[in-house]
Design a protein around this ligand. Structure first.
Ligand code: VGL
Ligand code: ZN
Length: 208
């Protein structure tokens, strides 16, 4: 079984959102179109309390995109985003969610950030996504969404750790920083993540 994970396709990461990713909306139509190729669709949702320590606004004198030490780990400070229950935290209205069987929320603990759909950044808590996918007999995981250099990359890294054959579909991701994406892509390639474009999905799945 194969699964497509839709990572954080939420208004705050789209144009006019508070942490807008360039051209974030350009991936939506293709994501809707490729959904039918997969056995299972799941989504992740960044879901922060207002007091989240990843927000620059919760650190006096700090600005967004500065890096601080948060409980022993480097932490990029972000503009307030994806606050629980706000419009910014909702999925893009044009994204087809009808076939998404489960939504995994992350980033609720104010003390620690959570980029991956599987674990927080300190691996203190699991979201249950790995167990869910294993119980559904998934062996191949495909990842798309936002942002390529953060939540998509961390999700792909943990997917490999959980022993899923893992693909990032590169034409349906967008990154906050393209250079940062290229650096993390090199690391992901080393641990076995594969990179494809959406026109290769049928070929990859055809081997099943
Ligand atoms: C993300 C920064 C902060 C993401 C989430 O979805 O990539 N990036 N929170
Ligand atoms: Zn966040």
């Amino acid at each position: 079984m194969n699964a497509l994970i839709l990572v954080d396709i939420q208004n705050d990461f789209l144009p006019s959102g508070s942490l807008a990713v360039n051209d974030g909306d350009h991936i939506i139509a293709t994501i809707n179109r490729i959904q039918m190729a997969f056995d299972l669709l799941v989504a992740t949702q960044d879901w922060h309390p207002q007091a989240h320590k990843s927000f620059a606004s919760n650190h006096a004198g700090k600005k967004a995109f500065e890096v601080i030490n948060l409980n022993g780990m480097p932490q990029v400070l972000w503009p307030d985003h994806c606050i629980q229950g706000t419009r910014g935290s909702e999925f893009h209205s044009g994204l087809n969610m009808d076939k998404v069987e489960a939504i995994f929320r992350k980033g609720m603990d104010p003390k620690i950030d959570s980029y991956s759909g599987f674990y927080d950044n300190g691996y203190k808590k699991s979201t249950g996504l790995a167990g869910y996918l294993h119980e559904r007999n998934v062996d191949r995981v495909f990842v798309c969404g936002l942002a390529g250099d953060f939540c998509v990359a961390f999700t792909a890294k943990d997917s490999i750790k959980e022993d899923f054959e893992t693909y990032v579909i590169e034409d349906v991701i967008k990154s906050i920083d393209e250079d940062g994406y290229q650096r993390i892509k090199t690391q992901l390639e080393k641990v076995g993540v594969k990179f494809i474009n959406s026109d290769q999905i049928v070929g990859v799945l055809g081997g099943e």
